[in-house]
Design a protein around this ligand. Structure first.
Ligand SMILES: Nc1nc2c(ncn2[C@@H]2O[C@H](COP(=O)(O)OP(=O)(O)OP(=O)(O)O)[C@@H](O)[C@H]2O)c(=O)[nH]1
Length: 330
């Protein structure tokens, strides 16, 4: 290895990678609970704890229906953490959004547009930076690299509304479908629901993120997860309750939910897909999410914006010409 290369790789090793994840979906499906759970499994670097203002929702779950209503997310918010994952430094931004309403079509459309506007406004930041004469080499990448779409597990697959929303979202961002509150389903019900969702996605040609099974992309250490990632779609999630729980056999503290018939360990891959999802987001597919965001979604948005600008300039010219002609006729 040349001296230059080793310097480069050393630099890359210490470089901080930015990753921005957003959660969307109908209300009360467990979006904030997922963010809280993810936060609790992160290795947050000390210094960032001081400089980041964290939302109160990270420290208290809403277990009763009454609490849930009171603590439902009212407006979109985000926070950034400097975390370390498998020796790599990541500046991780998590974006929580208000739950979509079920009973008002017009309001629902406005909410989806707002979520999309947020995603697009991050592209606008990149576009503005690119058009600067002197670019800032330390400019932050605020683009949303992955968007988790929460699917209601009380339906038998995707609803018409889900399909409409997913078609809009998948035009702008890597969408990963998830089914939360998987503890409310039996193993067979969950398998049937997953299959029904997969069928609906296929039937309606909804291009959610397609995990590649490509030898070249595979890191030998994560090969198994990479090869299987596609099979988890939609990922099932179970968020833990606040109570202190311990594994009845080992006595170890676990993040889980207790029922009359037993305890669920949310980090147990046999109980839900949280660990796999966390791994694809933070490790195995992180770079791919970022590359696709920049090369596909941002490029598409940029082209549309440039064409729109050009069209509006042309219209103005034509309108000007027409105005002059009209004036000369008077
Ligand atoms: N049984 C069960 N309940 C859950 C799970 N995850 C969340 N909940 C409960 O579902 C309710 C809503 O959870 P939230 O995380 O606030 O849902 P949300 O999607 O952020 O809600 P909005 O902000 O209103 O859209 C709360 O009472 C949670 O305790 C889960 O995995 N299983």
């Amino acid at each position: 290895m040349s001296a230059n290369m080793s310097r480069g790789s050393r630099r890359r090793k210490h470089a901080v990678s930015q990753l921005n994840i957003m959660v969307v979906g109908f209300s009360s499906l467990g979006k904030t609970s997922f963010i809280r759970m993810l936060y609790n499994t992160l290795c947050v670097r000390e210094y960032s704890k001081e400089k980041t203002e964290l939302p109160a929702s990270l420290f208290q779950s809403s277990e009763t229906a009454q609490d849930a209503a009171a603590s439902s997310t009212q407006e979109l918010y985000s926070f950034t953490l400097d975390v370390e994952e498998e020796g790599e430094k990541i500046s991780l931004t998590l974006v929580d959004s208000p739950g979509f309403v079920r009973d008002n079509e017009l309001r629902l459309d406005v909410q989806v547009t707002e979520a999309l506007r947020y995603i697009e406004s991050q592209f606008d930041h990149t576009l503005a930076e690119e058009t600067k004469v002197k670019r800032n080499p330390k400019a932050q990448d605020s683009q949303i690299h992955a968007c988790l779409y929460f699917i209601d597990n009380t339906n038998n697959g995707l609803t018409d509304k889900d399909i409409r929303i997913l078609k809009r979202l998948t035009a702008r961002v890597n969408v990963i479908p998830v089914v939360a509150k998987a503890d409310l389903l039996t193993t067979t019900q969950l398998a049937n629901l997953k299959q029904a969702i997969k069928n609906d996605l296929k039937e309606h040609s909804i291009p959610v993120f397609d995990f590649p099974v490509d030898d070249e992309l595979m890191d030998p250490e994560v090969e198994e997860v990479v090869a299987n990632a596609q099979s988890f779609i939609p990922f099932s999630l179970i968020a833990p309750e606040d109570a202190d729980l311990s594994d009845p056999t080992t006595g170890e503290k676990i993040r889980g939910r207790q029922y009359a018939w037993g305890i669920i360990d949310c980090l147990n891959p046999k109980h839900c897909d949280f660990v796999e999802l966390r791994n694809v987001l933070l490790s195995s597919h992180r770079k791919l999410f970022k590359d696709i965001t920049l090369e596909v979604f941002y490029e598409q948005y940029r082209t549309e914006r440039l064409m729109a600008r050009k069209a509006s300039k042309m219209i103005t010219k034509e309108q000007k010409k027409k105005l002059l002609e009209d004036l000369s006729e008077i």
